[in-house]
Design a protein around this ligand. Sequence first.
Ligand code: NAD
Length: 514
Amino acid sequence: MLSVKIENILSKLGINPKNESVCTGKQWLTALGSETISIISPVDGKKIADVTLASTTEYEKVIQQSQLAFDNWKKVPAPKRGEVVRQIGNKLRENKEELGALVSYEMGKSLEEGLGEVQEMIDICDFACGLSRQLYGLTIASERKEHIMMEQWHPLGAVGIITAFNFPVAVWAWNAMIAAVCGDVCIWKPSEKTPLSAIAVQNIIRPVLINSNIPEGVFNIILGDFRIGEKMAKDTRIQLISATGSTKMGKRVSQLVASRLGKSILELGGNNALIITDDADLKNALKAAVFGSVGTAGQRCTSIRRLIIQNTIYDKFIAQLVKIYKQLNIGNPLNKQNHIGPLIDKIAVSNYQNAINEAENQGAKILYGNKVLKGKGYESGCYVLPTLIEAQNHLKIVQEETFAPITYIMKYNTLKEAIAMQNDVKQGLSSAIFTNNLKEAQYFLSHSGSDCGIANVNIGTSGAEIGGAFGGEKETGGGRESGSDSWKAYMRRQTNTVNYGNDIPLAQGIKFEI
Ligand code: NAD
């Protein structure tokens, strides 16, 4: 259990959301907006704070400040920008416990996962700092005599970062730390469901921004709902919109950004499957199946939504799974004894109930779960039993992402059949197989295997490391963030050709004599 009181954490992190709705890095501006929202913790149903949403006037101030900042920030050498990011990582290290606890209390994920989310921010700071000395371009052999071609990467401009409630702080860091070393300025619109964790991050990094004397307007934050998000998507002063959230949101944002020919990175919903073959280590497969399905109460974009199990082990596996589900502790996520915390709010609880009813109406069979918990410790009304449903892949409800701990279970005969089933959904984020058979594993990873952005062997679908490029295909949006060469999306590529000879030959051998 958390030893410090949440009031002390709020005070230590300087949370004062009634008076502050936008920050241009070092300074919070006085809130001018008249709309407020109350932030209620799904953990105990208590109000944590009221937040004032930013007005149009404040939005303008932030955007203008970011434009001024970009002119200076892009001129700072990349390794020096990396040094600022390194210091941000250190500040996060110093405040890891408080921030992790606030994330857990505001969003409802377990304290372990809240701390893990902050660790992910620290990791990406380290990664981005190293990257600041590795923003490599290419040299290219020219077909023309005494010419050289090369590729350079320049800062892009302003990056709008729209984030979802389920990773209230890490997704900002994935984007902002990379964007910052690339020489961009960032405008963050956190989820209106979890703004306090975002305010805390801004306060944690402010001393670094003040002491390192970087221009005001490099790391901006605007508190608002979808209306601010749409404003950003339409704003031609924001070169790149990186939006994380539902596919519905992504479709709207991508249209708005495309209509002005802006750039976007879209990280949207998933419908992730785990295939379990009869060659699998079943003990590990069970662990992965349970954590992937119920971790973060099923509110990860990479949560397991579908278990596709070989018919020869199906009955045995399901029996063991149900047995483990019955032993899971559900309750306050700040208590380490509990495996599962609450859903984010009562709307999410209704979505859970509706999905289960739909599944039954469509002919699926509930194996376990289907209950909203009541009584002591469950006063917020956001705690539910994780649910296992035997279903067929083509059912309409199985084809959708329900952001709750509901797992659909289905049987397969051949691996080809399992992979076809796995790929037969609109989303394409994460996927995994459990098998000790090398041929099966390799087939799953081949061009005829998983069609997802993430494909794992002998681990679950969730819990990605920051070193790899993160994102998915199809209706998941096609974006990539975080590691590998994802940084390229935050820069503009320039191809240069330099002639150091005495003639001026044309490419393709074209002659033009004058
Ligand atoms: P959401 O789509 O409701 O909201 C996400 C963010 O988008 C919020 O900041 C919201 O204010 C903003 N937004 C909503 N409508 C908008 C619009 N029309 N224009 C601009 N901005 C708008 O999602 P959520 O409920 O916060 O998060 C859950 C969803 O996010 C799930 O679908 C989950 O799979 C997805 N998700 C995806 C990833 C990924 O990396 N692929 C990561 C986390 C969450």
